[in-house]
Design a binder for this molecule. Structure first.
Ligand code: ADP
Length: 266
């Protein structure tokens, strides 16, 4: 399936902590509780999960959810090959059997029928019912369900149902504090401390302007991209235009306003 990736346990990916989220993640894992990570796009949700999976020594199976993703895509389906029908586990089922961490990114995008399989896994039962085969699979030790979503204004309507939400320990992430974010931008791009500081300063100004009106804001991811362009030799102003300002919106008026901020602060 194209939308999933499995990562084995190599080096621990770099993650700069915002507060106590690493301890919270580890404690939720130890307590066999599922975790909901909410926060804007590009603020470090995925990196936190990758980092903690490596630290906890668990394989990680990630599924990027989209509006066509159904329960069958998660649990598996019968496949016909050469006249034979055989069952093929989906990513969630593999994670449950292997005791992996299963990360469902942007879970509110998925079809509503996915909640039917998530609920019994996310409460005390820790069971995955496979309706098609009649199997009821207990989650192997070490299994953890992690879901994320971006509570931007477009998601307010489709949000998570309270019955789903209440099964999860919630962790809210925002953009990192300036000193943390400067360290991230420098570490992820190899840029100088000065470049990192200028980009973070720009981000603060852009965020003040965009957070109200735009679904997306100048995320840490975009800052890292701009810094990488700068490291590759692009003038910083042009790099910030290409990676941050023009990436954020197509609306000409907003683009013009963002360009003004850029010219003023960078
Ligand atoms: P999200 O899943 O919230 O959309 P990601 O975790 O993919 O965001 O973060 C986007 C990029 O920003 C990462 O690839 C990484 O380069 C950088 N990043 C953001 N936050 C952190 C952090 N706390 N530590 C290290 N890198 C980070």
């Amino acid at each position: 399936m194209e939308m999933q990736s499995a990562r084995s346990l190599a080096a621990t990916p770099f993650y700069a902590e915002q507060a106590d989220e690493c301890a919270l993640f580890a404690q939720a894992h130890a307590a066999r509780l599922p975790l909901l990570i909410k926060g804007p796009t590009g603020c470090g949700k995925t990196r936190l999960v990758e980092h903690m999976a490596a630290r906890l020594g668990r394989p990680l199976i990630t599924v990027s959810c989209h509006d066509d993703l159904s329960a069958a895509d998660l649990v598996g389906r019968h496949l016909i090959s050469g006249g034979d029908t055989r069952w093929c586990d989906g990513p969630l089922t593999r994670a449950v059997r292997e005791g992996a961490i299963c990360y469902l990114d942007e879970v509110v995008e998925a079809r509503k029928d996915t909640t039917v399989v998530l609920h019994p896994l996310a409460d005390d039962r820790r069971m995955l019912p496979l309706e098609r085969t009649g199997e009821l699979i207990p989650a192997a030790p070490g299994f953890m369900l992690v879901i994320s979503y971006n509570p931007g204004y477009q998601n307010l309507l489709k949000g998570l149902k309270p019955s789903t939400r209440q099964r999860f320990v919630a962790l809210g992430l925002a953009y990192p504090a300036p000193e943390v974010e400067r360290g991230i931008v420098a570490a992820e791009s190899g840029c100088t401390a000065e470049t990192a500081a200028r980009l973070v300063h720009l981000a603060e100004a852009l965020r003040r302007l965009t957070e109200q009106d735009l679904e997306e804001s100048a995320s840490t991811r975009l800052l890292v991209m701009a810094a990488r362009l700068a490291v590759a030799g692009m003038p910083l102003q042009r790099a910030a235009e290409a990676a941050i300002v023009d990436a954020l919106t197509d609306d000409p008026e907003t683009v013009a306003a963002l360009h003004e901020v850029l010219a003023a602060v960078l």
